[in-house]
Design a protein around this ligand. Structure first.
Ligand code: FAD
Ligand code: SIN
Length: 525
């Protein structure tokens, strides 16, 4: 068994920011970060557009950013949380810059500001089109300077340790005592006992298969918290990014940043029509839910497989300078932005809901916090405004840090049992995990995509019940590996998405059920 003061699950922007802050403030305490792939692998690493924050106090204001966030969230944001995050955002970004993150500047040396869908002003701080990679680099370098941080790469958190693991303990309150962790190289499973545990495990795009998210985004933290009986909310609000590069039958994965539309790119159908203005007066810069639904509708009407992003009218040299990663990646696929349109489709991108937390990042389980994409803070409501996610991760890492600093958790005296897998068998190849994962992803794409209806949701629910029973049997019978644990987690997350979708009786933001009429957005602003 390993013991630590602070156990952080995940090494993206949320987890690493918190690790750095705790380690600097408490040099005698141990901070352990477990992360299931290479330490840099995360949604953070792939973030393109940037971080939204008000730096231009002449042309922009906190109030405008707050309004844009509330409009995108379609009436379901928590206004106090929105105000807090937006006002604290610039301070957190300055901190990140002090730690070595570089953001683009203009000729006057001021931060260069980009624009994305739903933003009424230019306010997105970025590092070309590889902002997340730069943030991840700077944070990882910072952790290396702090000897009390241990990053355990290729370690997979399987389950949180709670009273559930000690039936002899009689208490009404659920507390977290750490997590059982699988060393993915040796295959051994051991407990990490912690004074407090922070979930920073990111999103769940892989539940849909066609996603902008990397393979690690399987919703593990949400599934673990759900099994630990923490409150999970707003899971029906899956954000589909409108413009993922269409890659034939393989689905889609590479993101074409919304910032490229902020730069002037048009969306066209195969006939060349700029159809977005038929759906929203903001055209290509309407919020993501609206653009994704418009594209979905055009694709269904035309029977085509994708729509197109047209950059051919833009200054190609400026485009290459601002979006080198997108330019090069398209070129490798024989798409030359100077003359070709980019084929794009909506793909699962972001989860607006997650583990419910209060203003200090506390979950409903004692000594368990959640931060970043796995959490539900109330900032995003029914639809996240572009580039508000990294902002949320940075601000909440700081909130949790400040709360913990004032309320240091006590060391528990409880003794934690080693992992017991006596009697389990080695997983047989015939138990095809890959097949089951694909089946789950197909169910979610078919029955719980951009546009849903109750018949489909009920069908998904039935199919998930079967997948749940099959997966639980495998989990009980065999020695665990990453693929099996991820499948189990994705089945849990899919169940939450379907059940919470069925509960919602009105369309809002990213949730659209054709059995209900859309409420008028103007009613709720
Ligand atoms: P992540 O960065 O995803 O980190 C999660 C970590 O948890 C990873 O290290 C993962 O390996 C680890 N982990 C997960 N499960 C386990 C487990 N069981 N055991 C151990 N470790 C585990 N947002 C913006 O604000 N601006 C943008 O421009 C932007 N662009 C984006 C572009 C792309 C392509 C994508 C996919 C997302 C983008 N987003 C953007 C969203 C944003 O990047 C994420 O929401 C944010 O980075 C989440 O940070 P995080 O720290 O919460 O999670
Ligand atoms: C993008 O660059 O389009 C993604 C931004 C985000 O998800 O906030």
């Amino acid at each position: 068994m390993m013991e630590t003061n602070f156990l952080i699950i995940g090494s993206g922007a949320a987890g690493l920011t918190l690790a750095v802050k705790l380690a600097a403030k408490f040099p005698k305490k141990k901070i352990t970060v477990v992360t299931k792939a290479h330490q840099s692998e995360s949604n953070t690493k792939y973030a393109q557009g940037g971080v939204a924050a008000v730096f231009d106090l002449k042309g922009d204001s906190f109030q405008k950013h707050i309004e844009d966030t509330l409009i995108a969230g379609d009436g379901l944001c928590d206004k106090e949380i929105v105000e807090m995050v937006i006002k604290e955002g610039p301070l957190r970004l300055k901190e990140l810059m002090e730690w070595g993150a570089n953001f683009d500047t203009n000729e006057d040396g001021e931060l260069s500001l980009g624009r994305e869908g739903g933003h009424s002003k230019f306010r997105v701080i970025h590092h070309k089109d590889t902002t997340g990679n730069e943030i991840e680099r700077a944070l990882l370098e910072r952790t290396e300077q702090l000897p009390n941080i241990t990053i355990l790469a290729h370690h997979f958190a399987i389950d949180l340790i709670t009273e559930h693991h000690f039936p002899e303990l009689k208490t009404d309150e659920t507390s977290c005592y750490g997590a059982y962790v699988l060393d993915q190289i040796s295959g051994s499973i051991f407990p990490i006992k912690a004074d407090c545990t922070i979930l920073a495990s990111g999103g769940m795009g892989q539940v849909y298969g066609h996603t902008t998210n990397p393979a690690v985004a399987t919703g593990d933290g949400i599934a673990m918290a759900y099994r630990a009986k923490a409150r999970i909310e707003n899971m029906e609000f899956i954000q589909f990014h409108p413009t993922a590069l269409y890659d034939g039958k393989n689905g889609s994965s590479f993101l074409i940043s919304e910032a490229i539309r902020g730069f002037g790119a048009f969306i066209r159908n195969k006939k060349g029509e700029r159809f977005m203005l038929n759906y929203d007066p903001r055209g290509e810069l309407a919020s993501r839910d609206i653009v994704s639904r418009a594209i979905d509708s055009e694709i269904k009407k035309s029977g085509e497989e994708c729509v197109y992003l047209d950059c051919t009218h833009l200054d190609i040299d400026a485009l290459k300078l601002h979006f080198p990663n997108i330019y090069e990646t398209c070129l490798q696929k024989d798409i030359d932005l100077e003359k070709d349109w980019i084929p794009v489709v909506p793909a699962a991108h972001y989860l607006c809901g997650g583990v419910a937390v209060d203003v200090d990042g506390k979950t409903s389980v004692k000594n368990l916090f959640a931060c970043g994409e796995c959490s539900y803070t109330g900032l995003h409501g029914a639809n996240r405004l572009a580039s508000n996610s990294l902002l949320e991760a940075l601000v909440y890492a700081d909130r949790i840090f400040k709360y913990i600093s004032k309320n240091l958790p006590l060391r528990t005296t409880i003794s934690i049992a080693e992992w017991d897998d006596t009697g389990t068998l080695l997983l047989r190849e015939s138990e095809n995990m890959q097949e089951k994962t694909i089946e789950l992803q197909q169910v979610m794409r078919r029955f719980a995509g951009v546009v849903r209806n109750n018949t489909d949701l009920n069908e998904a629910s039935l199919q998930l019940e079967r997948l749940y029973t099959e997966t639980e049997l495998l989990y009980q019978k065999y020695k665990l590996n990453t693929v099996l644990c991820q499948l189990r987690n994705m089945v849990n997350v899919a169940h939450l998405i379907i059940q919470q979708s069925l509960i919602r009786k009105k369309n809002r933001g990213g949730y659209y059920n054709e059995d209900y009429n859309k409420i008028n957005i103007k009613e709720i602003i």
